[in-house]
Write a protein that binds this ligand. Structure first.
Ligand code: FPP
Ligand code: MG
Length: 447
């Protein structure tokens, strides 16, 4: 009886599938494979296609406004004053020093991924990597997160290495590299996949800067002429596309579907952030919410998802993954807030690019939005995008007179403190301490 029912069900399923794939020459498949094998083939096609649109992403999609608190920090003050925060994190190893060995080979590794038979395209894409410039905060975070994860517990390092060896044995994948025995013994290491992820992260970031400098008509970046200035707009865009495509190939070669999905989503977020920035901003609380959301897409998403991906590649549990995601996202938001404050306070020399770029391009960032609450005159300057001669100077003077810069930095500190709280979920280690210190450094930096 049961058998008959099953046969009936499977014949219904089969007929439905047949109907769906009627464009395929089923008879000829049956002739070649036999009826049973043909049925199995069709059923497996149906099964696979059913999952085609199912996301693998483990952390709930932050692009859904209900799952992320965009207004985080707007109603709270930092727990510590900045001197206390510096003292708390002061004794830790600097994250840039911690990962020095791996970061030292990053630009060289990226250049190897950018080899092309077109010399102009290649030299354009390699432009920033030839001089090894930039802060490299994104790959530093990925590597330090990897070290912190891999040093947890006695067995973590062994498990990671044996996973890497098993992967390597499966075929052409990233070879188990020469992670120095000293690094491994000290449990201060990233796997080859995690190191490649750090390179991919920096490539995607650099590609977005190539495009951004064209959009912003920038002439300097990282204390050098910008890529559009040297190669022209067309090559800067195409060079950025090339970087992005090589990053995508490397991403696919990590052979981890979840990480491919996470990092691909980041590329969408970068574009979304840039588009949000182009739209005129409103004022008041909604302007702040819009601004923080834009920062998430433009800056925090890449940092959060890269840190999360480091945990996914190491095979860590949901709790660790979430800690890494939150750490990266909060540090990212703090980083962007400080960038926006420094745009008012820095010089061309300290920033490596021209200051006041935001006001000059019509953008109202946190310091201006906060200042407008004290000086409503700013509202009209914001709505006409500081276009009339003298607007930029007037806005600058009002922001400087107001508490806007202080409130912006306090908001950054609240995010840094949240990042610190998040990463404390991981077991204690030198790398975890360095991550704590890095969150503090992000908000105390002056360049
Ligand atoms: C810098 O912003 C720009 C970004 C963080 C992202 C830019 C993203 C795009 C142009 C979308 C295209 C993305 C890809 C991956 C090709 P900023 O102008 O505020 O900072 P700046 O002062 O350093 O220029
Ligand atoms: Mg720019």
């Amino acid at each position: 009886m049961l058998g008959k029912k099953l046969t009936n069900t499977s014949s219904i399923v089969f007929n439905t599938i047949r109907q769906q794939y009627r464009h395929i020459e089923i008879n000829s498949i049956e002739r070649a494979m036999g009826r049973r094998a043909a049925n199995e083939l069709l059923e497996s096609m149906e099964l696979n296609s059913r999952y085609i649109d199912t996301p693998l992403i483990s952390v709930s999609d932050p692009s859904n406004a209900s799952s992320w608190e965009w207004t985080t920090g707007l109603d709270i003050k930092p727990k510590y004053n900045i001197e206390e925060l510096k003292k708390i994190t002061g004794g830790a190893l600097d994250a840039f020093e911690l990962v020095e060995k791996d970061i030292g080979s990053l630009s060289g590794g990226i250049k190897e991924l950018l080899g092309s038979d077109h010399p102009v395209l290649e030299s354009c894409a390699k432009y920033f990597f030839d001089t090894d410039g930039g802060k490299k905060i994104r790959p530093t975070m990925v590597l330090a997160i990897a070290y912190a994860l891999n040093s947890q517990g006695d067995k973590a390092a062994e498990r990671i290495l044996s996973n890497a060896e098993q992967e390597a044995a499966k075929g052409p994948t990233l070879a188990v590299d020469k992670t120095s025995s000293e690094q491994f013994r000290n449990k201060m290491f990233a796997t080859p996949q995690q190191k490649r992820l750090a390179e991919i992260t920096e490539m995607i970031h650099t590609a977005s800067l190539f495009h951004d400098d064209v959009i912003d008509k920038a002439t300097t970046r990282r204390n050098m002429s910008s890529v559009n200035q040297v190669f022209g707009n067309k090559l800067a865009i195409l060079g950025g596309d090339f970087l992005l495509s090589r990053a995508s190939v490397s991403l696919a070669r990590l052979r981890n579907f979840e990480v491919v999905e996470l990092i691909s989503t980041v590329i969408e977020h970068l574009v979304k952030g840039e588009i949000m920035q182009m739209k005129p901003s409103s004022t008041g609380r909604t302007a702040l919410e819009y601004y923080l959301r834009k920062n998430f897409y433009k800056t925090a998403s890449l940092m959060g998802h890269s840190c999360l991906s480091a945990a996914v590649l190491g095979g860590y549990n949901e709790e660790c993954k979430r800690a890494c995601y939150l750490y990266g996202t909060y540090v990212g938001q703090a980083f962007q807030l400080i960038d926006d404050a420094l745009d008012f306070e820095g010089s061309t020399q300290s920033l490596g690019k021209a200051p006041l770029a935001d006001l000059k391009s019509g953008l109202a960032t946190a310091p201006t939005i906060f200042a407008a609450e004290e000086y409503p005159k700013l509202l009209s300057l914001i709505s006409r995008k500081f276009e009339i001669p003298g607007d930029v100077d007037e806005a600058l003077a009002l922001v400087q007179k107001s508490n806007g810069l202080k409130r912006c930095k306090d908001l950054a500190q609240v995010h840094a403190e949240k990042a610190i709280e998040a990463i404390e979920v991981l077991g204690p280690s030198l790398a975890r301490d360095a991550l704590v210190a890095l969150a503090c450094k992000v908000v105390t930096r002056n360049h």
